[in-house]
Design a protein around this ligand. Structure first.
Ligand code: SAM
Ligand code: SF4
Ligand code: SF4
Length: 362
């Protein structure tokens, strides 16, 4: 099949057929701190139907905000081609994200194209608002599991955090549908902001523990991503505090990571009823093992969530570059990578004009 696709039409590329070819090299690409390239997060849109106050505050992402035009987005064919090259350089895990990925038309088609590589761990992060309608198509396309963001079970708190008055019940219905069709396990992401939803943490833990071990709740420290969410340290609830809060009601103990570089620190309920995770990007930096890179919806590659600048792959793709030229650019970018933002964060670095989370993908 042709892999050069300068035309952004989604339907030009058919999923590959036949046996999955081995990776071109088993040697992982290493950065300047000997970290291998393992994870690729792909943002498929910078748009979203929510306006979470910590991510896309309405005052900034209002009616006049200039989102990317359709022809600026990487086509599915272009994404597919990059994934093939990234896989040859050691990528093992792909997370589709955004913005809200499920607002991208015919997303299941991209899933079908990427699911061809059965050695890739393919997953997707969504706000869950469209999951009830889309879960079955995603599953049929080859998606295996899913992450759903939900910041509170308290309807009033959740509606004010998503800032579009979206009810909790519809997100829960989306999760139930995901469970019914077998998108398992379901990871649930809760961003905790002091004074906003921290009083609902124990209720969340209790609820998802009762749902069974195929639901894994993860608490995320409110981060200084982007430049518009008004981040200050006072709003961060350190994971240590959350561990104590939950332990007091439902005893938990620390568990081994599943693999080196796992983002969430795992804790299990002592009665064996499942586990919870803590993502402590602010209070416990995990840059040392960070193997992640992020591709924006328009094809800019970022080697750190807190980057101020990316590397353009779209113009390379659209100028007719061959696979070797694309591979060389990737080798150059990863080979020079020295990022460790969370280890060197200060009140000053928090004010830098970093790219927005909704653009770069969470
Ligand atoms: N729209 C999808 C969603 O909300 O799941 C996918 C994109 S969203 C940018 C990915 C993840 O980033 C979500 O779990 C969201 O809660 C998290 N996130 C966004 N802004 C954040 C912030 N300032 N601090 C911590 N997590 C944040
Ligand atoms: Fe949208 Fe996700 Fe950002 Fe909320 S966190 S505004 S759902 S992209
Ligand atoms: Fe990785 Fe950058 Fe986060 Fe450190 S700050 S863990 S390098 S994304």
């Amino acid at each position: 099949m042709s892999t050069t696709n300068a035309n952004p039409s989604e339907n030009r590329e058919l999923p590959e057929r036949g046996p999955v070819p081995p990776r071109k090299s088993e040697q992982p690409l290493l950065d300047t701190r000997a970290r291998p390239l393992r994870d690729l997060r792909i943002s498929v849109t910078d748009r979203c139907n929510f306006r979470c106050t910590y991510c896309m505050p309405k005052e900034v992402f209002g009616k006049d905000f200039q989102f990317l035009e359709r022809d600026q987005l990487l086509s599915f064919g272009e994404i597919h081609r990059l994934v093939r090259i990234f896989r040859d350089h050691g990528v093992e895990k792909i997370r589709i994200t955004g913005g809200e990925p499920l607002v991208r038309r015919k997303l299941e088609r991209l899933i079908e194209m990427l699911a061809y590589w059965d050695d890739l761990d393919l997953t997707l992060t969504t706000n869950g608002s469209l999951l009830k309608q889309k879960a079955r198509d995603l599953k049929n396309a080859g998606l295996k599991r899913i992450t759903v963001s939900l910041d509170s079970l308290d309807d009033a708190v959740f509606r004010s955090m998503n800032d579009v008055d979206f009810p909790v019940a519809e997100v829960l219905e989306g999760m139930e549908e995901a469970e019914r069709v077998g998108l398992l396990p379901i990871k649930v992401n809760m961003v905790v902001k002091r004074g906003v939803n921290d009083h609902t943490v124990v209720d969340m833990a209790r609820y998802f523990r009762a749902k069974g071990p195929h639901y894994i709740l993860r608490f995320i420290e409110f981060m200084d991503v982007g430049a518009t969410n008004g981040w200050t340290m006072e709003h961060v609830v350190p994971s240590r505090e959350l561990v104590k809060m939950i332990h007091a009601v439902m005893p938990i103990e620390s568990a081994e990571p599943n693999y080196r570089g796992e983002v969430a620190e795992r804790w299990r309920y002592q009665d064996g009823s499942g586990e919870v995770g803590f993502i402590s990007s602010v209070t416990q930096a995990f840059c040392r093992d960070c193997t992640r890179t992020r591709l924006s919806a328009e094809g800019q590659l970022f080697t750190c969530l807190f980057a101020t600048q990316g590397t353009d792959f779209r113009s390379l793709l659209r100028s007719g570059a061959d696979d070797d030229a694309i591979a060389q650019r990737l080798q150059g970018v990863w080979g020079q990578r020295a990022d460790r933002y969370s280890e060197i964060r200060t009140a000053e670095t928090a004010k830098l004009r970093k790219v927005e989370m909704s653009y770069i993908g969470g």
